[in-house]
Design a protein around this ligand. Sequence first.
Ligand SMILES: [Zn+2]
Length: 183
Amino acid sequence: MKYASTMTSSESELNKISTELKHLSLKRQQLLERKKLQCIFQELQNRVQLEQPEEGDPYQHEIDSIDDKLNQLAERKAELQKNHDNMVYGNDEKNSLKAPTVILDLENLPPRPTRTQCPECEQFITTETFTSISSVTWLMCFMTALIGCIAGCCLIPFCMDRFKSTTHRCPKCRTSIITIKQL
Ligand SMILES: [Zn+2]
């Protein structure tokens, strides 16, 4: 009986961790979007007025503070991932080496089948991966064409997986979990 109750508490703890990780990923996305906007504003301002404004660059300040927040998020994520690993595999170093790593941070999935938790059905799964042509593939194609396209060299990027997007899919519920763009 006692054993069962500890199991449930550690399971709810695991759920809490994965919920917070999801929340952090969302927040990171938002911060990255904001940073992109600030960089665009900064670029525009630099083009309009060539001399630096006297009161310093407000956009740079904003970008720095976003970077700070991003670093904090990354630290918190690493901490959560460590807590999670400790709970699943125990603190024993040997144990954690034997067990395959479950990567909960979906943005860090490598471009190959990986053990993770499906955000849809919440089961621990090994993802199926497939590659698809992305904007990067086209970009590489155009760049090869610019350099000088002899005998269809610009088609090479379409044959190389590192210039394509990798999509991870859950084998149980068939949901596409995340698409990772290369470069
Ligand atoms: Zn699933």
